[in-house]
Design a protein around this ligand. Structure first.
Ligand code: XMP
Length: 511
């Protein structure tokens, strides 16, 4: 049994990030609802408890609260943002609206003698995002950090091992935040660092077995990193009861469908390829609104899975579960967990409500991309597969801006293949790169003739978690060569531009 840290969720955006930072520090973390009774928490025997942030005001009627006895378990507690305010409020301190709200990176003056800031300089930077703050400390607490506008930016009762920060140590915008969490885990909770990806692997296999029992699972396999890792995990957890369905929706890049088939039909998996181009293109005909396209594709995927399940039932009996390689960023951006919808990833926001499956199995739902890759290596998947750049489930439909037609897909496929070939040749490095067929026409000239063709945009980004990115400054020679090849070889394209926007403010895909 691994040592365990429980993350109590009070509705903050960063709960998965907190769990991830704890895992990165080799300690197992599990997120549970903030209202979980203290008795149940004690039974889990955690070495530490972290209270997340949240959007509410702790003094407001109906705000999520916690039991005073949580702080009397003798287990170290770290309250973050709302978690800090909740700590103060519950233990007899007071919280009030800020005179001046703080948002963004703020200079924090820390007391380096605090166990939380051990080994760090007194001047730190922290990400602040709050409209309330602690006014009066609970008995026995001392201030351990402050900012220009927030006198209590951190507080602690070292004797009782209760710590709290108003800023967010879990985000990259708090550059030493991971070290602060490490200090809490190792310096306060006495963590042994006994958790690693091998444990995650074993735990996921166990959990899938418990959930699925002796039933059958249909996995949507796209050949991308996430669904391939998911396939390997499920093949180990429920061997013989896994059916992997690869839907070729006609929105793949050049030769991709055949490559996926070649890679998977050799493995000891039940692999089924469904050629569904016609039905997807029929559903997408004339649709140009990006969210609508995504929803249509998400739903159509499930309809194909249902049809396949129906077919499989005749030979194998009931197919109870639909499995997907959904990962955490898909969940956040699709507006689950009360965050704003940025775009509906096909496998989350696009799922219809009336699915004919008993349940959905998503073992990677809590992981970030780099963790999925680590799990893939742990599962023994080939490096080339684990290192593949992501390709969105809705495929080229979100890279043809506006309504999708066969002709436009053909143009984009050709342009994208040229860009990929030139990237490979030049050995330029990017975590994801692709071409987009925009709906902007511009005037060009070929020989003595005027053209009025479409514009292709090229995009290449650098990122680790795909939640944010920077554009890659590709060499001009590479961009120039690619542009002239695309205009020369792809009929109907008369201009090529390079996208130099980061995320935020843009997203990686154009739709
Ligand atoms: P965005 O465009 O949201 O993309 O910045 C972040 C990462 O996710 C990929 N992406 C998707 N992947 N289904 C997926 O499986 C989707 O609907 C989807 N939309 C975007 C995108 O390629 C990038 O790597």
């Amino acid at each position: 049994m691994n040592q365990l840290v429980l993350v109590l969720d009070f509705g903050g955006q960063y709960k998965e990030l907190i769990a991830r930072r704890v895992r990165e520090n080799n300690v197992l973390a599990e997120i549970i609802p903030g209202r979980t009774p203290v008795g149940e928490i004690a039974k889990r025997n955690p070495i530490g408890i972290i209270l997340t942030g949240g959007p509410d005001s702790v003094y407001r009627d109906g705000a999520p609260r916690t039991d005073k006895r949580l702080f009397e378990l003798g287990v170290p507690v770290l309250g973050i943002c709302y978690g800090m305010q909740l700590t103060a409020y519950t233990l007899g301190g007071s919280v009030k609206p800020c005179g001046k709200s703080e948002y963004g990176r703020v200079a924090v003056e820390c007391d380096a003698s605090s166990a939380l800031f051990s080994g760090l300089a007194a001047k730190q930077t922290g990400l602040m995002s709050h409209t309330d703050q602690v006014e009066v400390l609970p008995d026995g607490f001392a201030i351990t950090a402050s900012t220009a506008d927030c006198p209590v930016a951190a507080m602690e009762n070292a004797e009782r091992k209760l710590y709290a920060t108003q800023f967010h140590p879990e985000v990259e915008n708090t550059p030493n935040g991971s070290l602060m969490l490490r200090n809490f885990l190792y310096g306060v909770c006495g963590a042994a660092g006994d958790y690693n990806i091998t444990d995650y692997h074993a735990r996921m296999v166990r959990e899938v077995r418990e959930r699925v029992g002796d039933k059958r699972v249909l996995l949507g396999l796209s050949g991308g990193v996430d669904s391939s890792v998911c396939a390997a995990l499920l093949a180990e957890a429920v061997p013989g009861r896994l059916h992997c369905v690869f839907v070729d929706h006609g929105l793949m890049r050049r030769d991709e469908g055949d490559e996926v088939e070649a890679a998977f039909s050799k493995r000891s998996l039940h692999f089924i390829r469904v050629n569904a181009e016609k039905r997807f293109l029929a559903k997408l005909r004339g649709v140009s609104e990006p969210e609508k396209k995504r929803k249509i594709i998400g739903e159509e995927f499930v309809r194909v899975f249902e049809d396949e399940a129906e077919r499989l039932r005749r030979g194998y009996g009931e197919i109870s579960f639909l499995a997907q390689g959904t990962i955490y960023p898909d969940v956040v951006e699709s507006g689950a967990n009360a965050s704003a919808t940025i775009k509906s990833h096909h496998n989350v926001g696009g799922l219809p409500e009336d699915m004919k499956f008993e349940g959905v199995v998503e073992p990677l739902r809590g992981l970030f991309k780099d963790e999925v890759r680590a799990l893939g290596r742990e599962l023994g998947l080939p490096r080339a597969l684990v290192g593949r750049q992501p390709f969105p489930g809705p495929g080229l439909a979100v890279r043809v801006i506006g309504a999708v037609t066969r002709e436009k897909l053909g143009m984009l496929r050709a342009a994208d293949a040229i860009f990929r070939e030139e990237m490979r040749r030049s050995r330029a490095k990017a975590d994801q790169y692709f071409a987009v067929l925009t709906d902007t026409r511009s005037v060009g000239v070929v020989g003595d003739f005027r053209t009025h063709g479409l514009t292709v945009a090229l995009r290449a980004v650098k990122t680790t978690d795909f939640m944010t990115c920077e554009y890659v400054p590709l060499p001009h020679s590479l961009l120039g060569r690619t542009a002239s090849r695309i205009c020369g070889e792809v009929r109907g394209v008369s201009r090529v531009v390079y996208d130099v926007t980061g995320k935020p403010p843009a997203t990686i895909e154009w739709e």
